[in-house]
Design a protein around this ligand. Structure first.
Ligand code: FES
Ligand SMILES: [Fe+2]
Length: 435
């Protein structure tokens, strides 16, 4: 047991008080229902943070590109691998008359592909892989036009551990500085081996921060996820690991939760479905997979040191929270999941879940992966169902103060980080004005 786990286990309020800044007072959820706060958060957080937009595997070679419609009309961007091998990002807007340059059948949909140049569909202006104008149709008809100075407006873009990030600010801190030492350790993980992707996207009628909250504590599972655990809630309550089984860490603005899981199943007899775990239904037995991953784990080399730092005995996953809206969850059974939360408005967000596995070698492995995907998405949908209910409750403003327990410290930390970021941005803007 780590010092932190001991503190959590030995009584009330043993952990949160260690972080004097967090306080222990009831909290306001105005940050999730106020349209003014939403606007301020968009300026201070989303227009100034490094935002995850895709994996490097989507930009395999020079000329590979994809577009992203960042929800809530935050931005429409193109990300392309340039001739120099570097990923570039730019706003998907033509320098002639503002048409969206890169799209296929439907202008509102995201697209991807491979090309040498981008062509605007309106009047045929062309752009290089760095977003620079390379051709102006009937150039001689324009007035004092220097095409070398025209481009799709650039957006900062950096790659880290195969994750592609963009930043809409003019002069952001470098990505690696923003991530900090603890997250830089992620680079040791063999993400590049896990190229089998299963993606899922949904619109959730609730503030995006409520969705983050719902995955930062293990207080809710016996109730929200009873169907997965036991229909009898009193039994489900006993089956969820106690509060001291988890490990939490804060490295502001980012954070981490480590989660225990069931002990591994005995090795599989070739040609058989293997023995059943106590909590597994027949379909899990048959496919040898479930919510905690496939039972037959691919060989991806030794487990890197940076995982399971809390030394949980039956460790199942580490969920790294990269501020503001990405979570990378690395599982003991050799796969990972990204969760991204994109606000559209104060009461709506787009939720992306992507699961990545080592490509399956046969049908049995493929079915096992699909069952993991299916279980994960069902589990996630149970969470978001509750978020819609929470948002509708909060928006009545009938209650103004809410109570967070010691094990909800990540929630306390996350909302405070968002509020602090908004406050710092406001203070900076006021200073500017005063000058
Ligand atoms: S708007 Fe793009 S070429 Fe005219
Ligand atoms: Fe949950």
């Amino acid at each position: 047991m780590t010092g932190l786990q001991e503190r959590l286990a030995t009584g009330r309020g043993k952990f949160t008080p260690q972080y004097a800044d967090l306080g222990t007072a009831p909290v306001s959820y105005e940050d999730c229902v106020s349209p003014e706060f939403f606007e301020a958060e968009r300026e201070a957080v989303f227009k100034r943070s490094w935002l995850y937009v895709g994996r490097s595997e989507q930009l395999r070679r020079k000329g590979s590109y994809f577009t992203r419609e960042l929800p809530g009309r935050l931005a429409s961007i193109v990300v392309a691998r340039g001739r120099d091998g570097k990923a570039n990002a730019f706003h998907n807007v033509c320098a002639h008359r503002g048409n969206k340059v890169v799209w296929q059948e439907h202008p509102g949909e995201e697209s991807k592909g491979f090309c040498r140049e981008f062509h605007c569909k309106y009047h045929g202006w062309r752009y290089g892989l760095d977003g620079q104008v390379t051709h102006v149709t009937n150039e001689q008809e324009f007035f004092d036009l220097d095409k070398n100075r025209l481009r799709m407006p650039p957006v900062h873009c950096e790659e880290f551990a195969g994750f592609v990030f963009v930043n809409l600010a003019e002069d952001p801190v470098p990505l690696r500085t923003f991530l900090g030492d603890r997250l830089l350790e992620l680079e040791e993980y063999p993400f590049e081996l896990m190229t089998q992707r299963y993606g899922f996207r949904s619109r959730i009628r609730g503030n995006w921060k409520l969705a983050v909250d719902s995955v930062c504590e293990w207080y809710h599972p016996p109730y929200v996820h009873a169907r997965f655990i036991d229909k009898d809630v009193s039994k489900a309550e006993k089956m969820v690991p106690p509060v001291d089984s988890y490990h939490y860490d804060l490295f502001t603005p980012h954070m981490l939760t480590s989660v225990p899981g069931p002990p591994p199943l005995p090795a599989r007899e070739p040609g058989t479905a293997g023995p059943a775990g106590r909590d597994q239904k027949w379909v899990y037995r048959l496919f040898r997979a479930g919510l905690f991953g496939p039972d037959d784990v691919p060989d991806i080399g030794p487990q890197p040191e940076f995982l399971n730092k809390g030394r949980i005995r039956a460790w199942s996953n580490d969920q790294f929270w990269l501020f503001p809206n990405l979570s990378v969850q690395i599982w003991q059974r050799g796969y990972y999941i990204t969760y991204t939360y994109w606000p559209e408005s104060v009461d709506s967000h787009i939720y992306d879940i992507d699961l990545y596995f080592v490509p399956p070698k046969n049908a049995q492995e493929r079915l096992a992966q699909e069952l993991v995907v299916d279980s994960t998405i069902e589990f996630a949908m149970q969470d978001v169902n509750t978020i819609e209910a929470t948002h509708s409750g909060l928006s009545t403003r009938a209650n103004q103060e809410f109570h967070l327990s010691d094990q909800e410290l990540l929630i306390r930390h996350f909302h405070k980080t968002v509020r602090d970021t908004v406050a710092a941005h406001r203070a900076g803007a006021e200073q500017e004005e005063a000058r």
